[in-house]
Design a protein. Sequence first.
Length: 248
Amino acid sequence: MKKFENSIVLITGGSGGIGAATARAFINEGAKVAIADILENEGEELASELGENARFFRLDVSIAAQWEATVAKVENTLGTISILVNNAGIAINKPILELTEEEYRKVIDINQVGVFLGMKQVLPSMLNATNGAIINISSLAGFRGTSRGSVAYSASKFALRGMTKAVALEMASKGIRVNTVHPGLIKTPLTMKDGRDEIINHLSTGIPMQRAGEASEVAKLVLFLAGDDASFSTGSEFILDGGQLAKL
Ligand code: NAD
């Protein structure tokens, strides 16, 4: 039997990058996967490529009513959600003096409020089943600022650590584990848009392992945290960054 054969997984931001790699990895381990994203064409294409155990659902994570409708649809079509991967995220990298209030709020709404809404929406079923795992995708920017102008992004990613610990403690005796994952530089559309692979190459030279990570490497850590292999881990932070945080 495959590791996640009885699991129903909802992955936000699942249409591309780390979310898509995670969807693929769960499907390979027998799970049923709901890919939830605002990118419809990419999400539908991925779902049909992954086969009958994958479905696409349009969801803007910053809107509570859409969460409510999506979770109801997923549970009607696939079954009770046992694993939630809060992965959807955006970055607006600008110095504080250039970043508008509207832009700041947009990043917080998607990266932080979206995770709050997601946890709130799936927890009732998980509590009912006394079983569940939530993985919130933060970042190295959840531990430090960056020189690229990350006031909003870092604020949102720091927040996920606190939210995760608070909810993990509430759920610790109820069979539900909640953890954060902190990727360093990973090759995805987020970091490679506008021909930015040169930036990746340049940035990678500051990484002790001298390369960017692959989305599939993040997926492996997410699957570890979602499954029984991580049965004693909750409220914790899991870093994969090629050694970056080890440096002063
Ligand atoms: P990506 O841009 O490839 O994927 C993000 C996905 O989120 C996209 O499919 C996008 O459509 C979706 N999304 C954006 N706004 C949304 C919304 N309002 N509702 C639903 N979906 C929405 O980026 P990625 O690199 O795969 O990033 C995934 C997560 O990993 C993000 O939270 C990001 O902050 C985090 N992360 C990425 C890196 C990296 O180097 N790539 C590093 C650290 C953390």
